[in-house]
Design a binder for this molecule. Sequence first.
Ligand code: ATP
Length: 218
Amino acid sequence: MIGEYVVIGLGRFGWAVATTLARQDQSVLAVDTDPAKVQAISVEVAAAVTCDTTDEAAIGELHLERATCVVVAIGVEHKDASILTTALLRQAGVPRIIGRATNDLHGRVLLAVGAHEIVNPEKEMGDRIARRLARPSLIEQIPLGDGADLAELEAPEAFVGRTLVELDVRRRFDASVVAIRRGGKVHSYVLGMGPLEAGDVLVVIGAPAALSRLAALA
Ligand code: ATP
């Protein structure tokens, strides 16, 4: 097996996925049509090959069906190639294909031809930055599925000096504080923490609207 993870398309997004996985000690095969990019990344990942993944015979030789996961990171300039590549990977029986969508229609097409998951890095980053601008106290927000998000937010000023029991966050905001980050340490026994201090960061689970209401207090 050449790589547990395969990243096809070494633009900025694919490059970041491949090298970050490699730095986390994951075995990565990086693939691109551009030999210069393949050569440049070869020192950072387990293996790198030049291949046009829309060529059925060429992609067949890589035996990508043995990979745990293939990320099709081909971007906006080559939508047709990302669709064809995804279809060929699915046909080959790759167990997990993550497709990079550049818009909603592209995403739906990738799912229709066989991607198991899609990501849209530009949209996700745009959403994230807009949320950060609109709610500066919201440090991080991760969707957990089923309408719930996990968020890290600075404790609102009005909470400082009061305990979570007094504040009754669960009932008043319909959100649960599951941990508190204070001075670089994460405390998961939140009810035993005593009054909140300025600079505390709350790790909270709740619906996005509930988290937004909490963040608006800051
Ligand atoms: P990014 O935003 O990630 O920088 P981009 O929008 O510039 O990417 P593209 O240039 O379309 O995206 O594609 C990213 C990479 O995918 C390029 O390095 C390109 O050479 C590679 N690529 C395109 N088509 C194929 C293909 N058929 N097989 C393998 N790699 C491909």
